[in-house]
Design a binder for this molecule. Sequence first.
Ligand SMILES: [Zn+2]
Length: 259
Amino acid sequence: MAQGKVLLQMLKEFEEKGYSVQYKLLDAKDYGVPQTRTRVFIIGIRSDLDLEFTYPKKTHGFRLKPYRTVREAIWKFRSDPGIHYKGEAKRPFLTDGYSEDFKSRQRKLAWDLPSAPIIATIWNIPLHPDGKPMKKVAQRKYEFDGKINRTLSIKEVLAIQSFPDDYIVKGSLIERYRQVGNAVPFILSKKLAVTVKKCLDGIKIDLCSYCNKTQEIKEVIFIDAKFTLSKSCACKNCFQTQLRTSWEAHDPIKVIIKS
Ligand SMILES: [Zn+2]
């Protein structure tokens, strides 16, 4: 958007609010979703936590597992696809119920490739792979060919977005396609969420014994000359300032910092 200016502005504002921010363009098909779908994912971690976040590794593609295909996702629904948009004209300026640019591209999916992106508008949902592909009649102009040309059903778009088979969306037909099309693919969002969770695991947010603020704290155990233990919790700031004196008064080998 606006040649990346919007993204840069967002990153700047997050950083000003104290987050260390990364962004990356991910393609859902690289993570086992049967759909080519590229989206930017922005991850911000509170700067004071000093953590390193790494995006999940690709699992599918060149030298990895093969991309998942439309066939793997929706073949099983072939005899019972459930409710789907029938292309009825809902808006006066549409002649056949599809959007103005629907026929500017090949919208018929191929069984053995990942799907085209599932988008949020009912007039732009890709066509089920059965029947003949659309026929190119001019530059950016395709026509339906053969008798079998139907929009993917709700069950099918859910499966291509990698939702579990028993997942239910509610609302009008337009509303259901919109929810599914706007969703982050199930498998990809789960992988990202697990990666974020792993990155945050083990982080203790607690009260610092010195400044009494809620901070990431570390437990420090001092062993003095009489071999008695004393424990302290300190945030990064207090650790470097207040604790410094106690630290220096002890034999460094006898200071244990539990992270
Ligand atoms: Zn502190």
